[in-house]
Design a protein around this ligand. Structure first.
Ligand SMILES: NC(=O)c1ccc[n+]([C@@H]2O[C@H](COP(=O)([O-])OP(=O)(O)OC[C@H]3O[C@@H](n4cnc5c(N)ncnc54)[C@H](OP(=O)(O)O)[C@@H]3O)[C@@H](O)[C@H]2O)c1
Length: 314
């Protein structure tokens, strides 16, 4: 079975190798999935670069990838949530960069017929993050205004659509070139951060600010947009204490928690998808080759076009 593995921390061309791995046994509560598509995340890039090695030390060779979609080919006897032949979306702790993964059944959900492999693989980390943030971390009121920075990104686009479904007023910022794409996802007002500082337009207007920019780099602007005593969520590290001390508020860095159930979140996202209220912007769908794995990582190190990069197995 073919997989794409990191052999060390470092630059993508130097450390990624194609390896051949033996199939693993399917133990209780687990399923085997033939992977049809896997998505690439900024998280994979951070893992590979070694930036996270203090908090997450890897053993090499390490096959990355938390997001995928495929067909169930084997289940343990105690699994009844999915069956052999089901098309599923999957959320794993690594291992989707390849042809097959053995994983807990609880982390897979059956997908609708009309959903493509790329859409399914492209909705995992981004969609689960947006869903859990809105449904478990925040307790939004119908009268709240929410500011989403990084609105054109995978998480940002998911947040916009789920907020729109809840009928919440949304302010958004992204680059000018992505304005049309973002507006279509149901925002009330938009500012291009590369033309105007969003804080000039939205100062003190949001009950909740979510910094979903890559690396959460819009802190100072976000704090200005938050109302006094409001809530500020960063997907990465929070802005410096000195900045936070300038305005009273509840500051929190989002971290996925064990109690968040993928089954519930997938069900919510897939329900919205079936109603036509949740789309998954895809930037690239390419064959799953070593060259494309490396290319995708290099793209994510820069400033790629909006939408997920998804690699497809034959
Ligand atoms: N804590 C968690 O559990 C968790 C979960 C998922 C993601 N994340 C993190 O959240 C971040 C977003 O993830 P994603 O998958 O949505 O990434 P993404 O699809 O690459 O989106 C990145 C966003 O950042 C914006 N951006 C890039 N450069 C910018 C700049 N200089 N100024 C302002 N905005 C800029 C982009 O806007 P334009 O392209 O329009 O410029 C885009 O909207 C990443 O850092 C990721 O690692 C954390």
């Amino acid at each position: 079975m073919r997989r794409f593995a990191m052999t060390d921390y470092g630059e993508a061309p130097a450390v990624f190798k194609e390896i051949s791995a033996e199939p693993r046994e399917v133990t209780a509560g687990h399923i085997r999935v033939a992977i049809k598509a896997f998505g690439i995340n900024p998280y994979d890039v951070a893992l590979r670069s070694g930036k996270m090695k203090e908090v997450r030390t890897l053993k090499f060779p390490y096959v990355p990838g938390n997001d995928g979609a495929g067909i169930v080919t084997e289940t343990s006897a105690d699994v009844d949530s999915v069956k052999i032949g089901d098309r599923v979306v999957i959320h794993t702790v690594g291992g989707t960069y390849g042809e097959e993964v053995v994983m807990p059944a609880a982390k897979a959900a059956k997908i609708p017929e009309k959903m493509s492999w790329a859409e399914a693989a492209g909705m995992v980390t981004t969609g689960l993050t947006a869903y859990n943030l809105l449904n478990h971390l925040l307790d939004l009121q119908p009268t709240d205004t929410v500011m989403v920075q990084g609105a054109s990104g995978g998480v940002g686009a998911s947040l916009l659509q789920l907020l729109h479904e809840k009928g919440i007023r949304v302010l958004a910022s992204a680059s000018k070139k992505n304005e049309e794409k973002v507006r279509k996802l149901g925002v009330s007002e938009f500012t291009a951060y590369d033309e105007t500082d969003p804080a000039e337009k939205f100062e003190n207007q949001a009950d909740v600010v979510i910094d979903a920019t890559k690396g959460s780099i819009q802190g100072e602007t976000g704090i200005r947009i938050m109302k006094e005593g409001g809530r500020y969520i960063a997907l990465n590290e929070l802005p410096d204490l000195a900045l936070r001390q300038k305005k009273e508020g509840f500051y929190e860095s989002y971290v996925p928690r064990k109690e968040y159930q993928d089954k519930e979140a997938f069900s919510g996202l897939l329900h919205a998808y079936e109603k036509g209220l949740f789309t998954i912007p895809i930037a690239e769908e390419l064959p799953a080759t070593l060259d494309h794995v490396i290319w995708a990582h290099q793209q994510l190190e820069g400033h790629p076009p909006a939408g997920k990069i998804v690699l497809l197995n034959k």
